[in-house]
Design a protein around this ligand. Sequence first.
Ligand code: FAD
Length: 483
Amino acid sequence: MAQANKRQKTVVIGAGPVGTLAALYAAQRGHEVEIYELRSDLRDPSTIPLNFTKSINLALSERGINAMRQSDRPDLLNRIFSETIPVYGRMIHGKKDSGVLYQQSQAYDIHGRAIYAVDRGGLNAALLDELDTMPNVKVIFNHKLTGADFKKHKAWFEVIGSTTTPNTGRNREIEIDFDLMIGADGAHSAARYHMMKYSRMDYQQEYIDTLWCEFQIPARTVLKGEKEDSKFSISPNHLHIWPGKDFMFIAIPSSDGSFTCTLFMPSANFDGLEADPTQVPKFFDENFPGVTTLIAPANLISSFNENPHLPLINIKCQPHHYTDSIVIVGDAAHAMVPFYGQGMNAGLEDIRILFSFLDKHPSRRQALDEYSEYRKADAHVVNDLALENYVEMRASVVSPLYAARKWLEETLSVHVPSLGWQTKYARVSFGNERYSEVIRKSERQGKLIVIGLVGLLSSPFVLGAGVALYRTRGFFRSKWLST
Ligand code: FAD
């Protein structure tokens, strides 16, 4: 363990969005920070990106923004926002029975608030650049966590690409010590794996029967006299959805005019198309009308063949810490399916909340005990929300009942603000209240709507029952008085 008279040594595992923000928070508090990353620096163009795809565009919303805002690095948010695109709602694409294509815009929020499309790599690079300016931070790439002793506060790393040891043929290994380890090494976290040997962790992992594959709508060439935003083939301020019963295709704008698209589909459908990829354009024409006018059929086939077909995992575990030695955050603690656009946002929020507990308690052990207990409920809730939202994105967005509830909740939020009504989406994406609180309030609103509707529909019966009761009250009075 680092000596008590020295400043706290905080070691972060993983330099993804969550790990880099954790390092920033720790550095701002004067810790001696080391961040170890398995891969090489993503700012180096030769680095193979995460998941081996060109880019992932993510939806950044209030929880993630707030966590970065509270890092007290004003330039960080300015830089990130200069590369984002505000997204005000969903654009639902479909085909009428007459064969005519249509688009239907659904605002996310009656108050006009937006989420922001951001390039994951760009956001990560901005956080790394910020860390480079801090003298008490060392970012160490090509180091893979391979073991840890959380009682002795020691960890071991394999140095990727180092000269191999002649006897074993393996890469060189180093040993380090630490006061606190923050495990931010993603869904297949090694930090979590080693922590499990020390803490009695409950752990649940589930793969859903959906794979995802990335496609690209290219930017349009802007012709002379055309406006700059004509580089976008479809609206840049929407998250585009081609809903399907069992599958879904989405497109998120990038600032260069292209769109990063994702096909979500059961593995059996992927198997079918893998057997004969020439059928991909036909499949798109049948299920995602209009897409083949945005992505050339040959490009649909090559993206389908070349980009990986990746699984989606849902992980719940508790506790998220062991003594005062380690805490896991982000996907390491609660990887979720991407259908609420909350994975990274929730991970960034972990950091804000974790440090609020560390700031509050002089005892790190007490801070981690309380953080873990507090956060697990919210982590479990947002995992469930993300799973449920897959149904909403594929099917409910075109259901009249869904539209009616949204309309009612938004109308009440505008015309009777004192009631404090908001849609669940607005609470999750535009607010910072606990996910568990969001669910409690949303369920309460749902019950009140049902009660209101039942009351409304049954009012003639209620009236009739009242009259009948009035007429028979003599009977009841005499009955009760006679006993
Ligand atoms: P990661 O991003 O996984 O980073 C972990 C880092 O740890 C990596 O750099 C990795 O190389 C490193 N590492 C791993 N093992 C080791 C080791 N042994 N030693 C050292 N380093 C290691 N979230 C949103 O908020 N909004 C969205 O719109 C959204 N869309 C998504 C769409 C898709 C298709 C997918 C798959 C996810 C989406 N997400 C979204 C989720 C989001 O990508 C993740 O929640 C987020 O990247 C998690 O960040 P992280 O830093 O916890 O983990």
